[in-house]
Design a protein around this ligand. Structure first.
Ligand code: SF4
Length: 323
């Protein structure tokens, strides 16, 4: 289980600290695919970094913590912000947006696999035996074991992403975090990567946290999702409920902007741009773009409340104006 306990993070800049994740408080369950959606710059990748404990300058945690707890092979574990990196690969792993950014370009993939497996996890194996296990795992994922002898630059973008997913799941981590894993890939490759992530999650019965700006990706594979806007969640719930009955005006507009096969009508999109995090507006941060905004919205921030069991939203107009 991954518990996000009143977490706020910011970046240090020459103009002062800029708050990017704002007092988030929610839980991601075992054995689910949880999606984090929202426009670029809303804080979703920063949140993912905090979940993975990549808190390096200029990023900082202002308050709160992330708790990773559970049980693996009969052994309970509990790690909090600042300790989570001790269990990278083993209990939690990360699939970055651009696979090449985490691969060493001048070493064979076999070394990247060996480097990611701590000695303590090699089960008294020789390197040869560990590599045999890696080759068998690649085969299980319908990838050629010969890939272990390749350099990253010899692979296509899609193949590099598949190898990173194999690397991230080799030790059967309880949680896999994936940051825009299909961005910049063509739709066919994108589908293949999504299917691979889904299949692995089902096989490992673990938790997959998927960050994507693409609502179509969330619709296809996530079980629950949170919609982020300007550093906070504005809506959270089961994915099917959010798509069939969006509560928050921002969610409604995001879903309304999705193209549909056979629908030739022009999509309205969402007017304006998300606010600059250096100078966010007072009250509801979506107010300058919201067609349902009222006077109160411009001066008071709405609370994030449970609207019905398992369904949360932050809007002053809940229960009014058809919201
Ligand atoms: Fe729109 Fe007001 Fe709701 Fe914000 S609080 S989403 S501005 S109606």
């Amino acid at each position: 289980m991954l518990k996000i306990d009143r977490l706020s993070t910011s970046y240090k800049t020459i103009h002062g600290d800029v708050r990017v994740v704002n007092n988030l408080d929610f839980t991601i369950n075992d054995n689910e695919i949880f999606g984090i959606a929202g426009e670029s710059g809303c804080g979703k990748s920063t949140l993912l970094k905090a979940l993975y404990d990549i808190i390096d300058f200029p990023m900082q945690v202002d308050s709160g913590r992330v708790i990773l707890s559970g049980e693996k092979e009969g052994n309970p574990f509990h790690f909090e912000t600042g300790e989570i990196r001790k269990t990278w690969w083993n209990n939690i792993s990360y699939v970055p947006q651009a696979a090449q950014s985490v691969m060493n370009p001048i070493t064979h993939l076999r070394n990247q696999f060996l480097d990611s497996i701590p000695e303590s996890q090699r089960k008294n194996e020789t390197k040869k035996q560990t590599l045999e296990r890696c080759a068998a795992y690649l085969k299980e994922l319908d990838l050629s074991p010969d890939l272990l002898g390749a350099y990253p630059f010899q692979l296509s973008g899609g193949m590099r992403q598949r190898v990173i997913i194999a690397l991230a799941t080799f030790m059967s981590p309880n949680v896999v975090l994936a940051d825009e894993p299909t961005t910049a890939l063509d739709v066919v490759v994108q589908r293949g990567i999504l299917m691979m992530l889904m299949r692995l999650q089902r096989q490992l019965k673990n938790t997959l946290v998927l960050v994507s700006h693409d609502m179509g990706v969330h619709y296809q594979i996530t079980n629950r999702m949170g919609i982020m806007y300007s550093g906070s969640f504005v809506e959270l719930g089961k994915t099917e409920d959010i798509f069939s009955d969006p509560i928050h005006p921002y969610t409604e507009m995001l879903i309304g902007a999705l193209p549909r096969v056979g629908d030739k009508s022009q999509k309205a999109g969402i007017p304006g741009r998300p606010p600059a995090l250096t100078n966010p507006p007072p009250g509801c941060r979506f107010a300058p773009r919201c067609p349902k905004a009222k006077e109160i919205c411009h001066r008071q921030c709405p609370e994030f409340v449970e609207v019905r069991p398992g369904r949360f939203a932050a809007c002053h107009m809940l229960g009014k104006e058809g919201i």
